[in-house]
Design a protein around this ligand. Structure first.
Ligand SMILES: [Fe+2]
Ligand SMILES: [Fe+2]
Length: 336
């Protein structure tokens, strides 16, 4: 579906110089970026084996349910081709050539290049711990990239940038929590790794929310209806189609572990919306049509409703199986 009108496509074209000045500065020059190798044992060094032994020693303190969350987060990062594809479905901002100089396209490519470090670092780190079944993880990544995702953004950059605002914050929260938990368990180096990634996600969130803020400024009606639309559809998680060749409900099971361990919870989902509503001053936007005012009321009243619905869903979940086996950790069982 192409729900963006030709006039609005023109509007995005006319925002190019704004995007150049206001959005591209959120990127960091390659030379100033950390690279995965900065936080991994150096394979050309004499001390490589010792560094690996130390890494593995530190990882001994991490429980299986921690690994399930970290692996799920890593797999989500590794499906990066899907997310660039998604950005390039958006009318008015897509990369028309693959190397287009449009600032929207420059952003998409450079954002991807920054994100690419996340999966690389987590993948190599997890490999070196020796605690996870790399082949099962690799199969899950291949399945997931093959399946793609359906964020229901209709080739529409209003919906697309609302989606990415939400998702970057969701990943910042999730990586922030795996950092905190690594520290609690005693693996300070892994805490640093997850924290670095969380900081990138935060910076990306700031860029995407800045775009949507601009849309609220120049077209409050369209932005309000877009936000309502995305929230009615619910923000699907980027890895919602994950499969490892064994567990048909793998994403659901991974989500239950993330929920139970507090890596990413229903409360976080509601909290993100609450934050975005404040960030974009949704409550105080005026000059809206009756239709958009209804959308405004709906969105502003949604966070507490999501929490109530989730509490009910959680109590249903608790009646299900108490543990689940994950192929990622050699079919060991963890509490759901
Ligand atoms: Fe990421
Ligand atoms: Fe991200």
């Amino acid at each position: 579906m192409h729900s963006l009108s030709p006039e609005k496509i023109e509007m995005f074209k006319s925002l190019e110089s704004w995007a150049e000045e206001s959005i591209l500065p959120f990127l960091r020059p390659v030379e100033k970026c950390w690279q995965p190798q900065d936080y991994l044992p150096e394979p050309s060094s004499e001390s490589f084996y010792d560094e690996v032994r130390e890494l593995r020693k530190r990882a001994e303190c991490l429980p299986d349910d921690y690994f399930v969350c970290l692996v799920g987060d890593m797999i989500t990062e590794e499906a990066l081709p899907t997310y660039l594809t998604m950005l390039n479905t958006l009318d008015g901002t897509r990369d028309e050539t693959g190397a287009s100089p449009s600032p929207w396209a420059v952003w998409g490519r450079a954002w991807t290049a920054e994100e690419n470090r996340h999966g690389d670092l987590l993948n190599k780190y997890l490999y070196l711990t020796g605690r996870v079944d790399m082949k099962q993880i690799e199969k899950t990544i291949q399945y997931l990239i093959g399946s793609g995702m359906d964020p229901q953004t209709e080739n529409n950059p209003y919906l697309g940038f609302i989606y990415t605002s939400f998702q970057e914050r969701a990943t910042a929260i999730s990586h922030g929590n795996t950092a905190r938990h690594a520290k609690d368990h005693g693996d300070h180096k892994l805490a640093t790794v997850c924290g670095l990634i969380a900081a990138d996600e935060k910076r990306h969130e700031n860029a995407y929310t800045r775009i949507v803020e601009k849309l609220f400024e120049i077209d409050p009606e369209g932005a309000m209806l877009g936000l309502e639309d995305m929230m009615r559809k619910k923000i699907s998680m980027p890895a919602h189609l994950m499969y490892d060749g064994q567990d048909k409900n793998l994403f659901e099971h991974f989500s239950l572990v993330a929920q139970r361990t507090g890596v990413y919870t229903a409360k976080d989902y509601a909290g993100i919306l609450e934050h975005l509503v404040k960030r974009w001053n949704v409550e105080s936007i005026t000059g809206l049509s009756a239709r958009a005012q209804k959308a405004q009321d709906f969105v502003c009243g949604l966070p507490p409703r999501i929490l109530r619905l989730e509490e009910r869903a959680q109590s249903r979940v608790k009646k299900g199986p108490k543990t689940g086996a994950f192929s990622w950790i050699f079919n060991r069982e963890v509490a759901l």
